[in-house]
Design a protein around this ligand. Structure first.
Ligand SMILES: Cc1cc2nc3c(=O)[nH]c(=O)nc-3n(C[C@H](O)[C@H](O)[C@H](O)COP(=O)(O)OP(=O)(O)OC[C@H]3O[C@@H](n4cnc5c(N)ncnc54)[C@H](O)[C@@H]3O)c2cc1C
Length: 284
């Protein structure tokens, strides 16, 4: 389908972006890679009279790996994540997850910022960022503010970001221990039926910390504190795995759709989480 008519803007800096957002309010929308927004406009599910392309805005494309934290610009693409060896050495779960998003064509255009700002429960990076305890940096007419990923998502396509705010980047503490991003999908290039992000640490044979987040099993990503708590202090044996899966199932709220009925999704969520924990534990 063809989208409705719109004005196209390509400002050179953030002041230009904020000026257009200030002038047109929720009639204006920023575009990053366009691989979620343009399809929505073509399907007439998004009405965007004023489209602001972020491609020329400087300062949003860097990846900085510091000694204790990582900063990723909002315009960094999924392909940039996959190709960055320093980032992969520091936080390999990012590459493992990015490789499971869509296909190479989409990954060359789709950005980290667009993926997390979109608010689509099917996007993979929101849950990943919750697992990594990331913080989102926003800028608007009233200045800058930070929102933790674990507090950002309110409902499907509803986030803590105001319409006039732009996501500039993401910061996360340096992850440690074992990791795994496990995703079940119907076919290559598909969104998740269920996905799990796990980051885990151990001392000897004892689990000392774990972060678990699930994707596409509720109208927001689900950071399951209870699932993590079921593993800490254990040797991640079968009883602990079962307890973690039971706790996670209490936190998710899947709905029936073309990816399957609720019982199937709960089953897949359990299988996916077990695999993710076991792989993360083996790498810890
Ligand atoms: C065939 C296909 C398969 C896909 N499969 C997957 C998949 O398996 N997993 C997955 O996670 N994604 C998938 N995607 C989505 C893809 O990864 C998108 O590119 C991504 O979700 C959005 O990134 P974008 O840069 O294209 O954002 P855009 O489409 O440009 O924007 C998306 C939304 O975020 C807003 N936005 C963008 N950037 C900012 C910013 N900096 N600040 C504030 N708001 C912003 C826009 O206004 C818009 O509302 C798929 C897409 C396609 C076309």
């Amino acid at each position: 389908m063809i989208p409705a008519a719109f004005e196209y803007y390509r400002p050179q800096d953030m002041d230009g972006v904020l000026a257009i957002l200030g002038e047109h309010g929720d009639d204006a929308r920023v575009m990053a890679g366009g691989h979620s927004l343009i399809p929505m406009m073509k399907l007439r599910m998004a009405d965007v009279p004023h489209l602001i392309d972020l491609q020329d805005v400087s300062g949003m494309s860097g990846i900085d790996v510091g000694s204790d934290c990582i900063r990723i610009g909002a315009m960094v693409t999924q392909a940039d994540i996959i190709d960055n060896e320093t980032l992969t050495a520091a936080a390999p779960i990012l590459r493992e997850a990015a490789l499971q998003i869509a296909d190479p064509q989409v990954r060359y255009m789709g950005t980290v910022g667009g993926n997390v700002a979109n608010g689509d429960p099917g996007n993979d990076m929101p849950g990943l960022m919750q697992c990594l305890n990331a913080v989102f940096h926003l800028i608007g007419a009233d200045g800058e503010r930070d929102v933790p990923a674990r507090e950002f998502y309110e409902a499907a396509y509803m986030t803590a970001r105001e319409d006039e705010e732009v996501l500039t980047g993401i910061t996360m503490p340096m992850p440690s221990g074992g990791y795994a991003y496990e995703k079940q999908k119907r076919k290559i290039g598909d969104y998740a039926t269920a996905a799990a992000a796990v980051q885990i640490t151990k001392d000897g044979d004892t689990c000392t910390s774990v972060a678990i987040a699930m994707t596409n099993l509720s109208d927001t990503p689900v950071y399951s504190e209870a699932a993590g708590a079921a593993l800490v202090g254990t040797s991640v044996d079968d009883a602990a795995l079962k307890a973690a899966i039971t706790a996670m199932l209490g936190d998710i709220d899947p709905t029936e759709d073309n990816r399957g009925p609720i019982a199937f999704k709960n089953h897949v969520a359990g299988v996916i989480l077990r695999r993710a924990i076991e792989r993360a534990w083996s790498r810890a």
